[in-house]
Design a protein around this ligand. Sequence first.
Ligand code: NAD
Length: 502
Amino acid sequence: MTSPDLTSPDLQAHDLTSRVQATLAATPTQLFIDGRWREADSGSHFTVENPATGDVLATVASAGSVDAAAAMDAAATAQEAWGRTSSRSRAEILRRGFDLVQERAEDLALLMTLEMGKPLAQSRGEVGYGGEFLRWFSEEAVRDYGRYADTPEGNLRMLVTRKPVGPCLLITPWNFPLAMATRKVAPAIAAGCTMILKPAGLTPLTALYFTQLMTEAGLPAGVLNVLPTDSPAEISEPLLADSRLRKISFTGSTAVGKHLMRQATENVLRTSMELGGNGPLLVFEDADLDKAVAGAMAAKMRNMGEACTAANRLLVHESVAEEFIARLAEKMSALKVGPGLEETSDVGPLIDAKACASVEGLVVEAVERGAKVVVGGHRIEGPGHFYAPTLLRDVPAEARVMREEIFGPVAPVMTFSTEDEAVELANATEYGLASYVFTENISRGLRIGDRIDFGLLGLNVGVISNAAAPFGGVKQSGLGREGGAEGISEYTSTQYIGVESP
Ligand code: NAD
């Protein structure tokens, strides 16, 4: 197949059905290696489904070990010249990429809604957020400073520089198909690394479309190689065993992350891990309940709850719990569940049948342990994998829904009576990614920040992700930071040159 023409006038079609068809027709469905779209060596394919309907959207080439070797050859060959390009030229490619993402925002949003399910408005929000990594790192690329100083003894001058770490393997999950890719690809480009991107098998289309945009933006052959596959281990194992690979950056579940970390030890790879979360949202007695309810809605319901930053455990002071629950119940009951393509939908389908069954199992177990259903608590029959927005109260701490990542539109509430108890409950998890605190007492907010073990804290807000901020977790939520000034250093290594004093 030749590269599709994304500027086809067909894409201007107004009718939704023809727009869907045109966007899918303009989306590459092959592997991208060394600047060329190609079929898998084995000829294998897999299908991508619409979680709102179960319909097949596309058939995509499935990479295997031979393709992994070809992508590794391309990335390794391109590394030296790419690493020596000027940071300004890399910045300009990123900036053109940002502009193209804005230009094709509607197509990217449509693709995300089709393959992942989230409502169009949220897909548009992700295009905005995901695109910002391209702009942010285009600005950071030219400011990746080193330093120059005398040794304390005066016998040497120290030149400390940062170099691209080398070819990287980037593995992304299905829940944010664009942003999880741009959060890795953009800093890797800025730093001068070549890369092999493996998007999630459930949602490869957005990443493939984005790859085409980066080619249009002028990214040279071999810098970004993309391997969709439905057999991820078939490509990750040989790549992690290849001594030319220098880094892995993974976003996904803690279980898979640990597995890949073990393999990455063999070649002592640089490793960035953005793993699971089990975020607490604390509402103190002095909280502004309007802010707390709005924050809980955003932190819990965005992306149908399928977010590593989701507020999974709503911990509310006993004196305001009744009012908080009543207000949250009203908001959750008003949410419209439906296919993401319908502009009126607030909550789309879950990603697949397995995800729906898993959420159902968590709710059933919580109810068996004494939790009460305030809103929802059931699947929605019909095509697609829909689960009703669900509010649970009186949930015991031992319930699985309080201990495991929910990844669905289920909000379990527990009460506390003292600040110490709130902190203890918040920290009672092996995860440490996002947390949220609602209090009008700023000293208390900052004190809680000191005491809770989370990489991210939203103080009186329910969404804090931003390309300019360092995103990442502690404990079993991962290693490293994406975004911010920190994001680029994940892709550079430090070199020190001692220069004789004149
Ligand atoms: P997952 O771990 O199942 O898959 C993530 C990626 O790893 C996918 O591309 C998948 O194909 C790939 N993969 C799976 N097995 C592999 C193997 N053996 N070798 C190589 N690659 C393999 O996770 P998921 O279900 O796609 O995503 C949900 C998880 O991601 C949740 O735990 C969520 O919290 C986490 N997540 C974390 C962040 C963060 O920034 N911390 C962001 C989004 C999602």
